[in-house]
Design a protein around this ligand. Structure first.
Ligand code: NDP
Length: 230
């Protein structure tokens, strides 16, 4: 079994990825920005030597690069860029500010790009060689029939472009990328009325990640494996 690095691993989908990858025998590099308040993740790390709890605020470029250095020589089979925000402050015309916009872009877009840059060599040194971005269907321009969600839609559409470029640029090293929509999921972000449980969403995403072929690298899919139009 391989090694998986997950950002935003302390709650929601990130925490469920940790649980399911541990259960299937993987080694998990579980990153979160406040390990001291990550109670559930700390419990998992205490129970299992498969979980390595690492501090990482994805908005901190120095931390990203230091972590990559700290993990030098470690092969990472699956890099999951999961940490994200909804950017409610920048959802509507009339409410947007430059500061709120930049905050959303820094987390949802710039951070995954810097993570891919910092960890591409770790992924290239692994067996599975896969980079994942947790995207969203609302990033699809074709799907945008209702407007709104300005910074969220734009930040995730830009994430999709980053993953597509990385699919091209890292192809020679055998590295594959995938933008995946987790469904509408019951987390703090998705809310309690969401359609799917984290268990359903994450088990679906793991199956899609495992089935990703070099030919399908750079694609945009739903957690059930279907394709999303750009
Ligand atoms: P949650 O709000 O439950 O969790 C978000 C995670 O991101 C938390 O672990 C949070 O950490 C982390 N995070 C936010 N900012 C930073 C930062 N600067 N550095 C490190 N970690 C950070 O969301 P979900 O689990 O639902 O979402 C996970 C991903 O799935 C996101 O990218 C989201 O956009 C995407 N998604 C979710 C959907 C849903 O229905 N839930 C639908 C479509 C996409 P902290 O606790 O420290 O804030």
């Amino acid at each position: 079994m391989g090694t998986v690095l997950i950002t935003g691993a302390n709650r929601g989908l990130g925490l469920e990825f940790v649980r399911q990858y541990v259960a299937s025998g993987h080694q998990v590099l579980a990153c979160c920005r406040n390990p001291q308040s990550a109670t559930a993740l700390t419990e998992l790390a205490t129970e299992s030597p498969q979980v390595e709890l690492l501090a990482l605020d994805v908005t901190d470029e120095t931390q990203i690069n230091q972590l990559a250095k700290q993990l030098h020589g470690r092969a990472i089979d699956i890099l999951i860029n999961n940490a994200g925000v909804l950017g409610e402050q920048c959802a509507e015309l009339g409410k947007m500010t430059q500061a709120d916009w930049l905050s959303v872009l820094t987390i949802n877009t710039v951070a995954p790009a810097l993570m891919i840059q910092a960890f591409a060599s770790h992924v290239a040194a692994s067996e599975q060689k896969t980079i994942v971005g947790i995207s969203t269907r609302v990033a699809s321009i074709e799907d945008n029939g209702s407007g709104g969600m300005y910074s969220y839609r734009a930040s995730k559409a830009a994430l999709n472009q980053i993953l597509k470029s990385a699919a091209n640029n890292l192809q020679a090293e055998g590295v594959k990328t995938l933008a995946i929509h987790p469904g509408w999921v019951q987390t703090d972000m998705g809310g309690e009325n969401a359609t799917f449980t984290p268990q359903q969403s994450v088990s679906g995403m793991i199956a899609v990640i495992d089935q990703l072929t070099p030919e399908a690298s750079g694609s945009f899919k739903v957690f059930d494996g279907s394709d999303i139009p750009w």
